[in-house]
Design a protein around this ligand. Structure first.
Ligand code: SF4
Ligand code: SF4
Ligand code: SF4
Length: 328
């Protein structure tokens, strides 16, 4: 019997999710034994034309990491959606927009201006910017993918079957997902393949988390000697564990660092940033607006903090556009 075909692809991503697959270490051997990897550009020399030549639905499962920012990424998402029976959004960027999604606080022009003109390390007196089409000799031209104004999640681009959350997804969740696919024991379509409870529930410090949290001042990790046993939020560190889905075995907490929310929300929450803000706001020791404002000043970049991984998937989606003629 032929093995199920599996594909991996990356869109607007940092490559960390590809590393997470490699992090399976010897655990990858039974996977490789059980499946036929037919497309994985970062590791194997298959081309887009190889995928185009496949029949629709020929790939059993395709794992796509990264957000969608360019026309090429959109085309590849559509192609892989057609060719795969199961499309899995792999990692925070595909799931919620992730770190690349923070670019939705800016628009395309200001990003290009910053990168190609303003940064101190760039020498570009002619203010050259990448062009979608550049004529060369004769009738020939060089082309680049279009760079859109807004970063989208995978499911804002194509239909997605499952989500593997995390930045990158924890190895254990990857193994569980691959096993469920191979054994045909998948939950209903649309499920996030991780426990549906908050990180605080699996945190080794949960016994030290006060019943009633009373934060009097926010501190940043480099400003204090962090107690390695006590709840980080109780120490005044902005730990987003109360709003974040579990499944990482409290990886950051075990490293004595607060959770920044990469696994996103549980299924009952529509907007991760709003939930995280509300969880933190309810932990403040403040009864009046002045004290609340003073405490909140201790949070550097609140929008970027609470929507670090989820701005494109949020109800906000992106910053309001001020440039005329730009797409939303
Ligand atoms: S989810 Fe994290 S590790 Fe994966 S591509 Fe995005 S930024 Fe990189
Ligand atoms: S707030 Fe953070 S440190 Fe405290 S119990 Fe929750 S996850 Fe653990
Ligand atoms: S502790 Fe939070 S930020 Fe760290 S891996 Fe887990 S969910 Fe992600």
């Amino acid at each position: 019997m032929s093995k199920p075909k599996v594909a991996f692809y990356w869109c607007a991503s940092c490559g960390g999710c590809e590393e997470a697959v490699v992090d399976l270490a010897e655990g990858i051997l039974p996977v490789v034994e059980a499946v036929d990897i037919v497309f994985w550009p970062v590791a194997l020399d298959f081309k887009r034309s190889d995928v185009e030549a496949m029949a629709d639905g020929e790939i059993a499962a395709c794992f796509v990491n990264g957000a969608i920012r360019t026309s090429e990424q959109e085309e590849m998402a559509q192609l892989l959606r057609r060719k795969a029976q199961l499309l899995i959004a792999f990692g925070s960027c595909a799931h919620m927009g992730g770190i690349p999604g923070l670019a939705n606080f800016k628009d395309r022009d200001s990003i290009l201006e910053r990168v190609y003109q303003e940064v101190p390390t760039i020498g570009n007196p002619e203010k050259t910017r990448p062009q979608e089409e550049t004529p060369i000799d004769g009738d020939e031209s060089l082309t680049l993918p279009a760079f859109s104004n807004t970063v989208r999640t995978l499911d804002q681009t194509v239909d997605v079957d499952y989500y593997l959350p995390g930045c990158p997804p924890p190895v254990k969740l990857i193994v569980n997902a691959v096993t469920a696919i191979l054994e045909g024991k998948l939950p209903p379509k649309g499920t996030v393949l991780a426990p549906d409870k908050a990180l605080c529930d699996e945190c080794p410090r949960k016994e030290t988390k006060p019943e009633e949290m009373k934060i009097e001042q926010f501190k940043r990790p480099h400003q204090i000697i962090i107690d390695p046993e006590e709840c980080l939020l109780a120490q005044g560190l902005l730990c987003l564990g109360p709003a974040t889905r579990s499944g990482c075995e409290a990886a950051c907490i075990n490293g004595n660092m607060p959770c920044t929310g990469c696994l996103g929300p549980t299924s009952r929450v529509k907007d991760y940033g709003a939930k995280a803000l509300s969880a933190i706001a309810s932990s403040l020791e403040a009864d009046d607006e002045q004290t609340i404002a003073r405490l909140m000043e201790g949070i550097v970049d609140p929008a970027g903090t609470f929507y670090r991984y989820s701005l494109p998937a949020s109800l906000l989606h992106r910053r309001r556009q001020t440039t005329e003629g730009t797409e939303a």
